[in-house]
Structure formats: structure tokens, C-alpha cells
Design a binder for this molecule. Structure first.
Ligand code: ATM
Length: 234
């Protein structure tokens, strides 16, 4: 049976197969996440890839964490506010999980049901790396609160943009006008986050596609675009 992940069928397809057949072929959208340390270029790359795919007629939507819905964006503001220096690490982990829950049920799951592929700029692996490793809460603890939040809904594939902490931070310091509460953390913290990502990538290797994010942004975009095309046409 033909598999269809949401590229709008041509009029030939419609005439040849009839709408009923197409509806039967229609699959849920794919759930793809982009992950990586700060300065890996996730947002630039994932938005560029989504735009390119949309122009080709694919039913793909970009969203981001923390945020992506009204309530989740409000939680994002609290988490990233540089003035909230007293925030406890477990409170931070719970807030990320709360924002994730709201975004998932409000934006991600309904779109997937409609056959739209979701590209989420960060998801649960960020919490495992940043809170589990960076804040030293432990990956298993952070995983367990997240399982409550996401009820086992993990991405179909995760594209991990790999960059070392120093190169990533240098990029951020060169390009960003203002730094949020986590950007302002020490290089040691960001080294721990990178080590966390390495552990997460190893633990979930079947789900991960690793991309070298130290290459030029155009090269990284092209590579991620090819990966996405492969997944959508699989
Ligand atoms: P973005 O820079 O990708 O918008 O994410 C905001 C910050 O939130 C980012 N750190 N900085 N700087 C990573 C952090 N973050 C976590 O610590 N845990 C999470 O679960 C998520 C989704 C993001």
C-alpha cells in the first residue's frame, strides 16, 4: 500500500486512486525533533528545512520548546527570565515538563492526527541533557517526570546537531543581543550539557541521526533537508 506522510496528492493521484483510497492511505504525521547544545544552529536550520519542504507541498509544521502555545510561551518567559536567579533546578525541570505537556496536547498531537508532520525545535532530550546532566538532577529522575508529562509519546526521529560547548557559546556571544538565564550559565555547565547529549544519543541511538553542526550553515541545512526528505518519502 502506498504510504503518504502528508505531501498534498496531485490531481493525477486523486483521479487515479479516488479520494476514498487516498483517505485510507493517509497516515499520521511524523514527529521529528531537532536537538543540540546552544549555538548548534537548530532554529535556523529547522526553520529553513521546514520552509523548503512546505514550498514543495509537504504538510510539515515548525514549532518549538519551551513554548509553541500560549500557556507554554508564558511558562517559557518564567523559565528564561534572567531575573529568576533563585529558581530551583527541580522547579526548572518541572516547568519545562509542564510547558511540554501543554504544547504536546494542544499543538503536536492534533496536528499529527491530521497527517501533518511536526518538526519540534527541542523536546524531551533537552530536559535529559540540560536538567538531567547540566543541573545534575540525573537522567532517570528527569525522564520519569517527563514520562508523566508526555505519556510515552517520544519522537519518531531526532536530528541531533552536534557542536562542542565552546564553539556553540562563541557563536551565541557573537550573534545574540541579549542572553537568557540559561545562556548566561558557565562554560562548565554547557560542557555538562554536551556530555548529557552524548549520553542521550547513545541511549536512544535507534531514534537519533547525528549531524556535524560545526560545518557551514548551508551545509547543515542541506544535510538535514536530505534526512527529512528521506523520512517523509520512506
Ligand atoms: P532555545 O534556545 O532552543 O530557545 O531554548 C531555550 C533554553 O531552554 C536553552 N538554553 N539556553 N540557553 C535550552 C533550555 N532548555 C532546557 O534547559 N530544557 C528543556 O527541556 C528545553 C526544551 C530547553
Amino acid at each position: 500500500m502506498r504510504r503518504w506522510y502528508g505531501k498534498v496528492p496531485s490531481s493525477f493521484d486523486r483521479e487515479a486512486n479516488g479520494c476514498c483510497v487516498i483517505m485510507k492511505c493517509m497516515k499520521k504525521g511524523l514527529f521529528i525533533t531537532f536537538e543540540g547544545p546552544d549555538g548548534s544552529g537548530k532554529t535556523t536550520v529547522s526553520t529553513a528545512v521546514v520552509e523548503r519542504l512546505q514550498k514543495e507541498g509537504y504538510q510539515v509544521r515548525y514549532t518549538r520548546e519551551p513554548g509553541g502555545s500560549k500557556i507554554a510561551e508564558e511558562i517559557r518567559d518564567v523559565i528564561l527570565d534572567p531575573k529568576n536567579t533563585e529558581m530551583d533546578p527541580r522547579c526548572e525541570a518541572l516547568l519545562y515538563a509542564a510547558a511540554r505537556r501543554q504544547h504536546l496536547v494542544e499543538k503536536v498531537l492534533p496536528a499529527l492526527e491530521e497527517g501533518i508532520t511536526i518538526v519540534s525545535d527541542r523536546f524531551v532530550d533537552s530536559s535529559l541533557a540540560y536538567q538531567g546532566y547540566g543541573r545534575k538532577i540525573g537522567i532517570d529522575e528527569v525522564y520519569s517526570i517527563n514520562m508523566f508529562a508526555i505519556e510515552g509519546k517520544l519522537p519518531d526521529k531526532t536530528i541531533y546537531l552536534d557542536i562542542d560547548a565552546k564553539t556553540g557559546l562563541d557563536r551565541i556571544n557573537a550573534n545574540r543581543a541579549s542572553l537568557d538565564r540559561l545562556d548566561q550559565e558557565s562554560e562548565d555547565f554547557h560542557n555538562l550539557v554536551h556530555a548529557g547529549y552524548e549520553a542521550v544519543v547513545e541511549k536512544y541511538k535507534d531514534r537519533m541521526v547525528i549531524v556535524d553542526a560545526s560545518k557551514s550553515v548551508d551545509e547543515v541545512i542541506n544535510e538535514c533537508y536530505s534526512i527529512m526528505k528521506g523520512l517523509l518519502n520512506d
